[in-house]
Write a protein that binds this ligand. Structure first.
Ligand code: GLU
Length: 282
């Protein structure tokens, strides 16, 4: 079972088209169904019009998927369950520093960065000062929840991920290094889950055997392996396809409207031409 898992928080671009095609290609090669999963846990950024635009783009590209469509926004109880299990293992702690406070504290030169370039979380005491951190802990205000990565890794031991080629063949087992991420955020104050937790819980619940996604998510696979191991969930095989770069040499972004599939289509690009351009990149 495979899944194409876009977030309906903007228009799809060629990078998403490549992901969808790569998923369809592997599903066909393996004779497995392809599911569509809306990763819409962020109510502030996800919109129904983006969801219908995704459906239109997939239909235009000729990518068939097997219903029913899965929506993460309906899955909060399952994410809460997983969080409660990790908490019961003593592997989570509440954190009160806001995103702004974290990035301000991270302005010090030489601070460790995670594979996405964000500061590795140094702890509320380091960010807020011990007294303010203790005050917030005692206040009962809503908290984010972070994984004690070092403790988690003692429990899991060394981890590996299996990668496959574009056809889903040639499995290779490689070590992963989750420690690079530090104490990752698993639930936010305003959203009681995170990308990492929701993906892992849903991949297991949907019986996903092969995860096909962009290379930008390759480092995240290490975090996903930790959570799968802790929660006793099966590990899918992974394929991370190359990213498509824009004319400026940077990866495409949903916020650049000019790169949207819909705009290219309205400008005369045919689905056949786009497929021909993308298939060699699978
Ligand atoms: N929702 C993610 C995105 O749109 C993809 C997540 C995944 O494939 O694991 O980039």
């Amino acid at each position: 079972m495979l899944r194409f898992a876009p977030s309906p928080n903007g228009r799809l671009h060629k990078g998403h088209a490549l992901s969808a095609l790569a998923n369809r290609h592997m599903a066909d090669r393996l004779g497995l169904p392809l599911r569509l999963r809306m990763e819409d846990i962020d109510p502030g950024r996800c919109r129904p019009e983006y969801e219908s635009a995704i459906l239109d783009d997939l239909a235009w590209l000729g990518i068939a998927w097997t219903p029913p469509m899965w929506r993460q926004s309906t899955r909060f109880p399952a994410y809460a369950d997983a969080l409660a299990r990790l908490r019961a293992m003593g592997l989570l702690y509440p954190s009160f520093a806001s995103r702004r406070e974290i990035s301000e504290a991270a302005r010090v030169p030489g601070i460790a960065r995670d594979p996405d370039g964000a500061p590795v979380f140094p702890g509320d005491d380091a960010i807020l000062g011990a007294a303010e951190a203790a005050r917030r802990r005692a206040s009962g205000e809503p908290a984010a929840w972070r994984l004690r990565m070092a403790d988690a890794l003692v429990r899991t031991g060394p981890l590996e991920a299996v990668t496959v080629d574009a056809d889903g063949a040639d499995p290779v087992r490689r070590p992963v290094d989750p420690a690079l991420w530090g104490d990752v955020l698993l639930a936010r104050k305003e959203t009681p889950t995170s990308y990492h937790l929701a993906v892992v819980v849903d991949d297991a619940a949907q019986g996903i055997t092969h995860v096909v996604r962009g290379e930008d998510l390759l480092p995240s696979t290490a975090v996903h392996r930790v959570l799968q191991s802790l929660l006793d969930l099966p590990a899918p095989a992974y394929r991370h396809h190359p990213l498509i770069l824009g004319a400026d040499g940077r990866k495409l972004s949903k916020s650049n409207g000019a790169e949207a599939l819909q705009v290219l289509r309205d400008g005369g690009l045919s689905a056949a031409a786009l497929r021909a351009e993308l298939v060699p990149l699978l």
